[in-house]
Design a binder for this molecule. Sequence first.
Ligand SMILES: Nc1nc2c(c(=O)[nH]1)N[C@H]1C(S)=C(S)[C@@H](COP(=O)(O)O)O[C@H]1N2
Ligand SMILES: [Mo]
Length: 199
Amino acid sequence: MNVVSRGFHGRGRDGDVKLPPGQYLEHGFPVLQAGPTPPVNTATWTFTITTETGDSTRWDWKQFTALPAEDITTDIHCVTQWSKLGTNWRGVSLDTLLSDIETNAGYVMARSYGGYTTNVPLPDLRDGKAWIAYSYDGKPLHPEHGGPARLLVPHLYFWKSAKWVTGLDLMLRDKRGFWEQLGYNDYGDPWREQRYQGD
Ligand SMILES: Nc1nc2c(c(=O)[nH]1)N[C@H]1C(S)=C(S)[C@@H](COP(=O)(O)O)O[C@H]1N2
Ligand SMILES: [Mo]
């Protein structure tokens, strides 16, 4: 399945680029992260979804990469004001990963190798809006960009797309992740310019 959002929200009628407010067009692929790139080995990698009742579902690399995957072409928007259009990814839809999981949770804390966390409402991970991506431009996702696998939630500012993701904790009540505790927005919609708490 191909999910194509470039040209849908990203461009104006006459073909000019329409970016979210306050963003500029970036043609490179900047690396942004709060600390060093953690060593993550696919031999020991696991991805775990834990519900609010403590039930957990875990995949190792072999199981994870055997799941149905999708190609995604999408624009991405970093809160430091760069946007990159038409990026190409391959990954497993959160719809696939969540399909057999029973939950009443409304929120998710994504957890990464290295300790990074970020909070996202659960509905924002459903209905074809989010993936665990493991490939970029047809190649395995580079460690600097979150490889072996990262969360990809392109309709929110890119800090929500946790690199080196290892788990999602489903929560009944919202909690703040790493950047959110430091003043960044709990939701982070680039089109509404929700950069900081209170925006
Ligand atoms: N684990 C982890 N994920 C992270 C970050 C981080 O510091 N650690 N930074 C976030 C921020 S602020 C951005 S803009 C993107 C940058 O992704 P990139 O380095 O692939 O461009 O990753 C997000 N995911
Ligand atoms: Mo960012």
